[in-house]
Design a binder for this molecule. Sequence first.
Ligand code: ATP
Length: 146
Amino acid sequence: QPVNITNLIRDVVRSLSMAYNRQIHLYEQTEITDMVSADEQKLYQAVYILVDNACKYSDKEINLSLEEKNGQLLISVQDFGDGLSEEDQQLIFDRFYRVDKARSRKAGGTGLGLAICKAIIEAHGGRITIDSKLKEGSTFTIEIPK
Ligand code: ATP
């Protein structure tokens, strides 16, 4: 069904910035067609997982952006946390994989979040990519075809 992505993202931001008492900056490209045909609850869950992780694995502010590029909607979630090694970047989308660090253990969780997120996005014909540097932070980007 038609889903308004802008509203969906704003809802996630509202919910998690309150839950974590965290600054989440939202950058919205203006004049984009932000309606996509999607499963609204699933898409909400996918975005929620990324922003929730950014909050769990960093303690600074978070940047979220929504833009349109080549007929795709791009949603990027940037954090300034510990980042991930090249090796871990290959593995984190696997079910039950968790980076063995005190931080992950402390944050709790099962290691399913990113696997679920990836499955949801791929079911919508999109993909998810990561750009990360150890000790600098991570950016996860969801691409959804319109
Ligand atoms: P849950 O299933 O409850 O979400 P989880 O957060 O451990 O548990 P994933 O969301 O799949 O599961 O994440 C897998 C692992 O990837 C995490 O345990 C963490 O080590 C690492 N990770 C995920 N997001 C980030 C991030 N933004 N910065 C650094 N590490 C991350």
